[in-house]
Design a protein around this ligand. Sequence first.
Ligand code: DP6
Length: 326
Amino acid sequence: MKKTAIAPSNIAFIKYWGKRDEDLRIPSNDSVSMNLSDATTTTTVEFVQSLKKDEIELADGAFNKNEIARIVSHLDRIRGLANSADRARVVTKNSFPKGTGIASSASGFAALTVAAAGAAGLSLSEKELTILARLGSGSACRSIPDGFVQWSTGETSNESYAWSLFPSDYWDIRDIVVIVHDKAKKISSTEGMRYITTSPYWEQRQHEVGQRIVKIKDALTQKDFSQFGGIAEEDCLSMHAVMMTQSPALVYWNSATMNILQSIIRWREQGLPVYYTLDAGPNVHVLCEGKDEGRLQDEIFGLSAVQSVILNTPAPGAQVHEDHLF
Ligand code: DP6
């Protein structure tokens, strides 16, 4: 059977940085995110009895050896659940150009999970799909449910899953991804998370993060944008403080990043409600309400550090798609 799925990437407002269990990818803390409309991955999977090995292709690019190995392990998990030994043909395509520095592991493993589970004939609930996607890449589980999503930590694998807090049409907010650097990062999130406890701020972050989850959900419920943006910034800074004080230190920001953060602070002082968050990289996610997007775009395009932007609205989660890639 051949199945295709399309899945969005997502941006976390309360971040996942650290694992309680590395093999099972159970996070140290809950996180809260939003799916991104314009950063998606489409993947087609077909299990074929006559294939000797998995054939995996990235349209407009190439996977490296480690990426291939991680995809094959995920296919093995799905074969295990389906009690099948058939190898797969996999073709995958990102909506955002390769080399924009946008992490594709969230959208990639969410699309792979939904397409491969379908192609293997498994019929899994949304919760089960989030647990399965999590085993491929932690943040991928948040790309399965609709809109605004929470992912819980847990004592066991079955307790660590993601669910929708609010659907994608709940609140018209935007994430303008400002790309300032287009090279893949040297240290992956998986690798970087191994050294979290070397940061003196790690324990402090663990004390604070539960309160921030409560506050951001409250801000979402009230649609209070300044409270929402303020907490997202606070959590981003807390995660980057941990990253920068880990050993070895992870400093993802560059001078263009700082230039944009300072511009955002200046625009806010001038009365424009705008906030920022960043993942494990130098590109800035600029958060605003739909009504302010036009004004903000003009400001952003006026900055010389900007290479390109991706405009995102809140999006539905991973879905089966009728058009196959092969
Ligand atoms: C900084 O999900 O890429 O983007 O589970 O090891 O695959 P693995 O890590 P990954 O980590 C994402 C970390 C982050 C923050 C976030 O998205 O919450």
